[in-house]
Each structure stands twice: as structure tokens, then as C-alpha cells.
Design a protein around this ligand. Sequence first.
Ligand code: HDE
Length: 716
Amino acid sequence: MAESEVSPSRTNSLHHHAPGSGQSSPETTLGIGGELHQNVPAGADHEDGISHLTDNFGHRIADNQNSLRAGERGPTLLEDFVLREKIFHFDHERIPERIVHARGSGAHGVFECTKAIPDMTKASIFQKKGDSCPVFVRFSTVAGGAGSIDTPRDVRGFAVKLYTDTGNWDLVGNNIPVFFIQDAIKFPDLVHSVKMEADRGYPQAASAHDTFWDFIGLMPESMHMIMWAMSDRAIPRSLRMIEGFGVHTFRLVNAKGEDHFVKFHWKPVLGIESTTWDEAVKIAGADPDFHRRDLFEAIEAGDYPQWDLGVQVFDEAWAAKQPYDVLDATKLIPEEEIPVEIIGRMTLNRNVDNFFAETEQAAFLPTNIIPGIDFTNDPLLQGRLFSYLDTQKSRLGTTNFHQIPINAPKCPFHNFQRDGMMQTLVPTGRANYEPNSLAEAGEDAGPRACPETGFTTFTANDERNDPTQKLRIRAELFADHYSQARLFYRSQTENERAHIASAIVFELSKVRLEHVRARLISRLRNIDEDLAKRVAAGLAIDLPEKAKAARAPIDMKASDALSIQKQAKETLKGRKVGILFAEGSDKASIDSLKGEIEKAGGTAFLVAPKVGGIKVKGGILKADGQLAGSPSVLFDAVAAILTPDAAEKLTKDGAAVQWFMDAYAHCKTIAHCKGTQILLDKANVEQDDGVVPVENFMKVGVKRHWAREPKVRDLA
Ligand code: HDE
């Protein structure tokens, strides 16, 4: 019988470690989150320290290469429990993916309170500057499946789980502060319309198709969100460079029982940065995992991404005076009206150990709030409060999903919930009900409610609401669908407005139903006539009649905080510079540039036609990436240090020419030496402020040279 040549490989130990997880305490009845990592009896190791391969019940496996057969050439036997268990488990490895936000990337970290706000809230995490708690964050796209690309035009989910000492607080937000719809009852329709079309199963991870724009055209309340979704916010450069928003108006409640409304904001310390559409499309081919890789590599390199947590706090009296309803999730509160006050900082400092166990099994629940924070009557939020708990049962298969380590709180939890599928806790005693008097007989009586410190719902009545009426209607101001869409559009720079117009043209060009295109443009006329004209011209169709607005839009004061370009951060921190070299390049120049970039907090990535080590002036130099596999769309700026001979040779290499053409078209800084000129000429790179000699690179740094854009793109 032929022996396998494969030696037993090192098995994945089940002794997972859980850094940052809670400590078990003798007082717990049900056990404590974070201590649920599986423990398998260690057993004797092989002499070399490699653990024994076993099946799931601890039986050691002698042969992991051959199944059990009746004879050398005979059928496989049913009795082969080793084979059956292995295939059985494999057959069930996949669980249903999230109906939305299926594609996501997660990381662990810490949240620290930087400014206590006890006047506003009794939430334990905001009582003392310096108090901290562990967090887990999952970023996601919305429409695509779990295996879809990272860079479609889409909203990004920004879900944060804060493991506080008073329970988990899940702030399940997005990178856009408003939403498509006002009422949860429309969510299934919205999602059905944007996902791949039901009959044909495409497009994947794209809103540019009939059903989405059909729905949107018929839902004028979506116009504000559409402005954001068509802006560069929806094509971020990095997950580390997106803002996060709680979206809904929430409530803060202090120890005296007084309340304030609040909007939550996460502000990226690296600044907000986006790609251009052409770049996003090309990145999708060059690296479908662009954002996941970027986040993982940054954390692995110790370059921890950070966000400041900010709050906009206001009261009912202020809210009642605004021309919009603060309970309407399609409206934002301009930062110029209510400034964002920074109260904390989040640092992501640890990658997950296992993608499935942590990122995939993470279950976020907007119902996870802590004393001191409460909901409002926002009808979108109210619907979410049902959906998330419900969906976890279907996705994770059991009501006990809270016991999965990533979901379990890190503070003690005790109650009388019992049993259910996949119960992993072993409650002792017979107190599984209350009230009980078992303590009188000396038995463990189990936990009891805590009126002083427990969660109590904020009860004050809303003057603008009559709770005795049951109505299927929306509040009056919800009918203003256009004012804030206009506010957003008019707060953008010229380039950004052009990007929005061309994004809508692109999306509608993929729409086959002509009446859908026209209807959408008729709505745009209520936002901005010029925008509507640009889109109609871009599609070469006549400007349709203006749609009737349910409420006439008003002009609000432009807000710079809504524009990415107006608040661009020019920094090398967190940015990546591609340095192209080839045979004969000057190693000293490359080393010096690389050193300077790294000193400024950036990453230098060496690109060459071959990766394995090239002869350069001063030695042999290895590249980090091969030219064809490392297009310039993967970098924030590029530099080239080439001899004239090498540059000449590269003029015949499409990947090299494209490298510069793209960097130029995407308005990036291009640093070059004299030898490179021939290549720049071939790529039609014209001289401007962003095309500089290598020696001047650090003076110009990484930024987008938007003034160049009209030369490379029609912005009309
Ligand atoms: Fe979600 N959403 N959503 N959503 N959502 C889900 O829950 C839902 C909404 C958001 O990384 C689902 O666990 C309804 C707004 C994020 O695991 C589901 C409504 C915002 C994530 C669900 C909304 C979000 C989800 C699917 C309308 C921004 C990913 C899987 C009332 C504030 C969380 C899951 C993660 C996920 C329902 C609208 C953010 C089906 C019914 C508004 C970041 O329960």
C-alpha cells in the first residue's frame, strides 16, 4: 500500500488565547464573556513540541492522508469516522452571510475617554478622563456579498462594539451621516433594489443598475443620501481614513435623569481621504482586498489607526426650532450649527486571530446600549432595534450567539435565560426562575434586578407627539426631501461637484429603463439646476420637467465640514509611496527617499520589473512588488529613480507607462529623476506643481493636485 509522502503537518491548536478578554470571577452564575475560548485537554505533545492531531472528541489520528478503504482499490468504508467527521464539519463551514454589510473587515482596540461629560450622561465610560474599555470594530461595504471587492461605490459600515464595565455598547454606524430612507418599513425594499437583480443575479456590489435607481427615483427622501453616495465619500482611500456616524439622534441621560439629544461622530486622525472613481475601478482589479489588506498591514506594522469620538449635543427646545426634524435620519445637523465636541479616542491595535471566529461571527445590536444612553423615536432606529437581534438567530443559528467570545460582554452577566442550541455555559444549582426563596434554604438564589444602577428607559414625553394616536404617517418636516441634498451639493468644491455629477451620469448610463433616468433628473432639478443640467448633458438627454416637491426646499448655509477637499490633511502619515526602480538605479537615492518617507510616518513600497533582487548602483536591491502587479493606483504618490537606459526600456512596457499615466490622471504627486523624463513624456505627464524632482518630494509631499484635474478629465 502506497504510503503518503506528506508528513503530519502542524495542526491548529484549539488553545486560542484571548488577549484583552475578561477574567472569570467566582461570583458569576453564567460565566463571563471572553472566557469561552475552547479548552481542549493538552494531551501529550510530540517530542518536538508539535501537538497531536485529534478528531473533535480527542481521539488521536494516525493518518490524515488516506481514507479507510476495503482493499487497495476498493470503496471507502462508512466506518471511517475520521473521514466522516472531517468532511461533515467541512460541509457546514459556511454560515449565511449578512443580508447587508456581508463584506467586512474587523480589528480590536481600545477606547479612551479624553473628556468626561458627567453633566450630560451617567454612562460609565464618560465619567472620568482616562477611563478606557476594549473595543471591536467591523467596517463593511453594504451591497456586495462576503467575497466581493473592497472598492465599489458604496456606503461603508462602521460598527463599533465597546465592551464597557456596564455591558456592551454597540454604536452601529456608517461613514455617511444620513440614510436613504426615513422609516424601517422601507428597508427590505431598499436592500432588494440595490442587491443583484433577482432574475439575473447581477450586478454584484454595484448600485449602477435599473432596480436601484427605479426605487430611488420613486423615493425622494433618498435624495440627500444619494448626494453623499455619489460623492467621493463612497469611494474611500482607506478604512483608516473614513468618518463614522451614529446617524440617528440618540439621547444622553445624566445621573439626575436629565436628557439631551446627541449625534455621534468618529473623526479619523489620519484625515478623510478618498480615491477617484477611475482609481477605485482599477484598484478593484489590482487588489480586490485593498481595504482589508491596508487595515491589516497598518495594524501589523504598529501604525495603529485612530479616531476621535465627537458628540453634537442639543436639547428639545433647540431641535424644535430647526427647519428639519432631528428624528429624521435623512437629515444631519451642520457642524457649524452645533460643533462636534471631542470626548474620546479609539485606537485599533490588534488584528483578529481568526477571521471567521471574530469578524464573521461578530453580532452588532443597536439595542446594546448602556445606562446613560438611550434611543429616540427616530422611526428608522426603532425598526433597527428589532432587526439586528432577529437576524443573528438566522445567521449564527442560536439564541446563544451572545456566548461567542467576540460577542460576550467582558463584565459579568447573570440571568435566568437557559438552555437553547449550542449552550456552552454550565449554570449550577436549580435557581432558574425568580422570585424564589431558595436563599432561605441556604441555596444559591441567582441574580436580582438592580433598580438603582440598572438600565431605565427615559420616560419624559415629547411635547410634539400625542402618544394616544396610532398613525401610519410621517411627521410634517420629514416631507422636506431636498433642502439638505442642496446643502450637501453646494458645500462641495468645484471638483467635488463635478465628481458627483459624473458619478450620477455613470450610474444612470448603466440604467436601461429610460423613464427611470428621466425621473431621477427631474428630482435633481429640486436640488440644483446646474447639477440636473450637467447630468442630462452627460447622458445626452433632454432636461425633463422638474419633479413636484412635497415641501419647497430652502437654502441652508453651506457647511465646509461636508467637503472632503476643504478639510484635506496633507500628511505622509498612513500614506504609501510607490518607488519605481530598475537595473542600474541609484541605491543611495532610493534608500534616502525611503528613509525620509518613513521618518515622516509614511510607507515606502519598492516596485521593480522583477522582484527577486536587481543589480543597482550600490548593490543588489529587492522589490516589494512587481511592476505589473503594483500599479500606481495602489499608492498615494509615486517616485521613480531610473537610469535613462532603464527608462527607455520601460517605455515599451505598458504597465510602466500606465503607472505614470494613472498617477497623473489621479492627480497624485509624481517625483522623478532626470533619467525618467522619456517615460514621463511617453505617458503624457505635463509639468505642474505636483510633478517634481525626487529631491523636492518631501517638500511637496503626498496630496492630490486637484488643479490638474481639468487637464485629465472633463469636469463640465
Ligand atoms: Fe443595518 N443591518 N439596518 N443599518 N447595519 C445590518 O444586521 C437594518 C441601517 C449597519 O458589521 C443587519 O447583523 C435595518 C442604518 C451596519 O456586522 C440587519 C435598517 C445604519 C451593519 C440590518 C438598517 C446601519 C448593519 C445585517 C433600517 C447606519 C453591519 C447583518 C431600519 C446607522 C454590522 C446584521 C456588522 C447590518 C438591519 C439601516 C448600519 C439585517 C432593518 C441606518 C454597520 O439586521
